[in-house]
Each structure stands twice: as structure tokens, then as C-alpha cells.
Design a protein around this ligand. Structure first.
Ligand SMILES: Nc1ncnc2c1ncn2[C@@H]1O[C@H](COP(=O)(O)OP(=O)(O)OP(=O)(O)O)[C@@H](O)[C@H]1O
Ligand SMILES: [Mg+2]
Length: 262
């Protein structure tokens, strides 16, 4: 699996605020992720992590630079080509309740994408929903429930199951465990690790807690003011961190995961 899945080359994005002032949210960011690996992105609030994720998923158009998926440019596509490409990239956000319409039963939410892409028929949806719930260690009966009838942790499992259901190549997790309490967070991290192995997934894991991020990634990109200021191996993060900014992020760790190193 030594193949490059995602490559960013000098990607930039500038927003204008209400007063018309430019905010350069992402500045000439370049990195690559190999197939089946996971990479972390950390940095203080407002440093551009979510913007970067949105650029990769096509939710926000890039101003400059290139994004390649398996060597093919994916910026600036439209119509069918765009839908085909972005099916390969799924995103999981912090708040699972915002991902589902409050009136949609969990089972429908889980299989909507599969039916839409013609990967299963409507008839098969019920069984598939149950299979997906089991995949993330939930009871199949939850299929009939509405989102508010599930806990935050349960619903985040549902969102993860749906993201993985359509066999994406890349899963972007933007603070996906940050809102959960520590024991639930720990369980979701374990689930993510298991699913990654089982389905050979590639993760881009965004978070503010360095100990959590490094527990499921191999390499960590440290972002500050829209730029990547340091690129570190997850295992030896503490030892190898050079920038004061990274050291400050490390000292702010309050986490379910330890920061011990070999
Ligand atoms: N649609 C937008 N219009 C204008 N400015 C924006 C927009 N989206 C983001 N920004 C600005 O871009 C910068 C980066 O925001 P972003 O949401 O990417 O940060 P973040 O690193 O994800 O922060 P957090 O850790 O708080 O989630 C911020 O200054 C933000 O205010
Ligand atoms: Mg964010």
C-alpha cells in the first residue's frame, strides 16, 4: 500500500470578513497522505484546520494550488465528475446531531447514500442498515429510532458507519471525538482504529488534543495561522517537536491518552 492517495500542492484560501478585510485561512499548504495511512492536523483555534478539510472535500473552492486524489486533480470539477470524486472523500464533524435531519430515522440516514449511488436497492436498505449498525457495535433495533433518541456517542457511531458505508478512499474526521466525554471518546477512537484496519481506510484526523490525535495517526502536521509550521512523526512527537508553538500545544494536553514515548 505504498501509494499516494492525497496530495496538496501549495493550496491557499483567503476569505473576506464583513469589513472586506482579507483573512488568509490557508497559506500555501503542501502535504501528502499515503493510502491506508492516517495523518493528523493540529493547531490552535482559527488556524485553518476546518477550512483545509473543506477545501479537500470541495465544500469550499480553493483560490490557488492543486489537490490531487490518486494523482488526479480534484479542484474545480463540476457535475457528475465532481460527485464521483467527492463520493470518495467522506467527512465526520464534531456534532453528530447536525449531520442528520431530526426527523430522519437512523436506518434511512445510514443507507441513503448507498441507495442514492445505486450500490444497494431500496429493498435491501433495511438489512444493510442493521449490518452497518452492527459494524459500529450498535444494536440493529436502533435503525427505527430518530436522532434525538440516541446518545451523542451512539449517533457519532452512526455517522461514522454512514461515512464508511459507501467505501470512501479518504475519511476526514474534524474534531469527531472532541465533544464526547472521555470514556466515550476512548471507545470511538478504538472503533476508528478497528475500522481503519478492517477497511484499509485512510484518515485525516483533525483535533486540538495532541495526545488523542497522535494515538490514531502516524504523522502530525502542526498548523499556525494557515500554514504548516511543523511535520512530526506521531510516535516521537514530544521528543522531536522543535517549535515553541508545538511545545505549547503539547503542554496544553489534558487527555484520555498519555503522552509517553518509547
Ligand atoms: N466562510 C468563511 N468566511 C470568512 N472567514 C472564514 C470562513 N470560514 C473560516 N473563516 C476564517 O478562517 C480562519 C480559519 O478558520 P477555521 O474554521 O478553518 O479554523 P479551525 O482551525 O478549524 O478552528 P477551530 O479549532 O476553532 O475549529 C478563521 O479566522 C475563520 O474566522
Ligand atoms: Mg475547526
Amino acid at each position: 500500500m505504498n501509494q499516494e492517495l492525497l496530495k496538496l500542492d501549495q493550496v491557499s484560501k483567503t476569505f473576506r470578513n464583513d469589513k472586506g478585510h482579507a483573512i488568509q485561512a490557508v497559506k500555501e499548504v503542501s502535504f501528502q497522505v499515503m493510502q491506508g495511512h492516517s495523518i493528523g492536523i493540529v493547531g490552535e483555534s482559527g488556524c485553518g484546520k476546518s477550512t483545509l478539510a473543506r477545501l479537500i472535500t470541495g465544500l469550499t473552492p480553493v483560490d490557488a494550488g492543486e489537490i490531487l486524489l490518486e494523482g488526479n486533480r480534484i479542484c474545480g470539477l463540476s457535475g457528475k465528475a465532481q460527485r464521483q470524486v467527492y463520493r470518495q472523500i467522506q467527512m465526520v464533524f464534531q456534532d453528530p446531531y447536525s449531520a442528520i435531519s431530526p426527523r430522519m430515522p437512523v436506518g434511512t440516514f445510514l443507507t441513503e447514500g448507498l441507495v442514492h449511488f445505486g450500490m444497494i436497492s431500496r429493498k435491501e436498505a433495511g438489512k444493510e442498515a442493521e449490518r452497518l449498525l452492527q459494524m459500529v457495535d450498535l444494536e440493529p433495533q436502533l435503525s427505527q429510532r430518530l436522532p434525538h433518541q440516541l446518545s451523542g456517542g451512539q449517533l457519532q457511531r452512526v455517522v461514522i458507519a454512514r461515512a464508511i458505508s459507501i467505501h470512501p478512499k479518504l475519511v476526514i474526521l474534524d474534531e469527531a471525538t472532541s465533544a464526547l466525554d472521555v470514556s466515550v471518546q476512548e471507545q470511538i477512537l478504538e472503533l476508528l482504529v478497528r475500522l481503519q484496519k478492517e477497511y484499509a481506510l485512510t484518515y485525516l484526523f483533525i483535533g486540538h488534543d495532541l495526545a488523542v490525535v497522535r494515538s490514531i495517526t502516524e504523522e502530525i502536521l502542526v498548523m499556525k495561522n494557515g500554514e504548516i509550521v511543523e511535520k512530526l512523526p506521531a510516535k516521537t512527537l514530544v521528543r522531536d517537536a522543535r517549535k515553541d508553538y508545538t511545545k505549547q500545544l503539547l503542554s496544553a494536553v489534558f487527555s484520555v491518552r498519555e503522552l509517553q514515548e518509547p
